[in-house]
Design a protein around this ligand. Structure first.
Ligand SMILES: NC(=O)c1ccc[n+]([C@@H]2O[C@H](COP(=O)([O-])OP(=O)(O)OC[C@H]3O[C@@H](n4cnc5c(N)ncnc54)[C@H](OP(=O)(O)O)[C@@H]3O)[C@@H](O)[C@H]2O)c1
Length: 289
């Protein structure tokens, strides 16, 4: 039998919650929710100043230990280096929240292939690596200790997404991977939850790769009409605090799949009752808008 990829230090207590993408949006909300329940944290993202400010606020508000690690998880070897650093001297991880993720909008052929490599490295590879690398210690923890993995997928996971083809496919992977692990680990004491939010008011839609190429004017500024449209849509998107709360509760309840909001749940499930060709066309029409 091959040796496990990760040696599990005997008797190492699992104490902390590791949250990736904690510098903004849903990751920041998860950090507040776990800290409010007294969980010490390890926060990961690229913007160290943001992480440090959040850590200071959480220590003050909730009196928990908060450690920050500025890491570009899409960089080669970064998830393995992060896991090795934790093993070498960091705290044991009791809850892993794989939240960091990026999107990309526009016809697939128009985007630089590197944009897609980076997206897949973060949304798929880093999430898979971190889960795999931390699983042995999660499995070795004492029975009765509530522990597990919360993977952030999306309602995008439930159907193909013309104009966001690679992003939707990456989230379909996250959903499939998480559900499969949920089943593999049944009875082990480790739960795996796929959290599938719909459109949520975070920095996600302001990411460079999410801005439609046509919305950038020749001088590099944004077309004011496109910006106004974006702001109108943003108001209709789900509140990130409410979305994260639903994911947090579902994770604590050990659910396999959590979709926040009745409308999102209906939309996600409706694709099961329509012909695939119809679903593809409807999503394409919606994405063009
Ligand atoms: N907002 C939505 O409508 C929506 C809907 C469904 C699913 N989701 C999913 O929810 C998750 C969180 O997104 P969000 O909406 O909260 O977006 P967000 O506000 O843009 O936050 C994304 C987080 O990921 C971090 N991140 C990005 N690239 C990274 C990298 N290479 N290495 C490490 N961290 C990185 C960002 O921090 P730094 O920039 O500091 O690295 C930030 O903390 C994502 O997986 C997203 O796909 C979002």
């Amino acid at each position: 039998m091959p040796a496990p990829a990760v040696a599990v230090p005997a008797g190492r207590p699992l104490t902390h919650t590791l949250i990736t993408g904690a510098s903004a949006g849903l990751g920041l909300e998860f950090a507040r929710l776990f800290a409010a329940d007294g969980h010490p944290l390890v926060l990961v993202a690229r913007r160290e100043d943001r992480l440090a400010a959040l850590a200071a606020a959480l220590r003050k508000d909730f009196e928990v230990d908060v450690q920050v690690m500025a890491v570009d998880l899409a960089a080669p070897g970064a998830p393995a280096a992060l896991a090795a650093g934790l093993r070498a001297g960091g705290p044991g991880i009791r809850h892993l929240v794989n939240n960091a993720g990026v999107g990309c909008y526009g016809p697939c052929v128009d985007r630089d292939p590197q944009v897609y490599r980076d997206l897949l490295d973060l949304n798929v590879r880093a999430l898979t690596d971190l889960t795999r690398l931390l699983l042995p210690s999660l499995l070795a923890a004492p029975a009765g200790l509530r522990r597990g993995v919360l993977n952030v997928a999306s309602t995008a996971a439930f159907q193909p997404g013309p104009l966001m083809a690679v992003y939707f496919a990456s989230k379909a992977y996250v959903l499939s991977f998480s559900e499969a692990l949920h089943e593999e680990l049944r009875g082990s004491g480790v739960t795996v939850t796929a959290f599938c939010p719909g459109p949520t008011r975070t920095e996600f839609f302001g990411q460079e790769a999410m801005i439609p190429p046509g919305a950038v004017l020749p001088d590099g500024s944004l077309d004011p009409e496109a910006l106004a449209r974006h702001r109108r849509r943003d108001r209709r998107r789900m509140d990130p605090t409410a979305a994260a709360r639903s994911g947090y509760r579902g994770y604590l309840a050990g659910k396999a799949v959590v979709i926040p909001g009745r409308g999102n749940a209906l939309l996600a499930q409706s694709s099961r009752f329509l012909p695939r060709a119809a679903v593809r066309r409807i999503v394409h029409r919606m994405m063009r808008k």
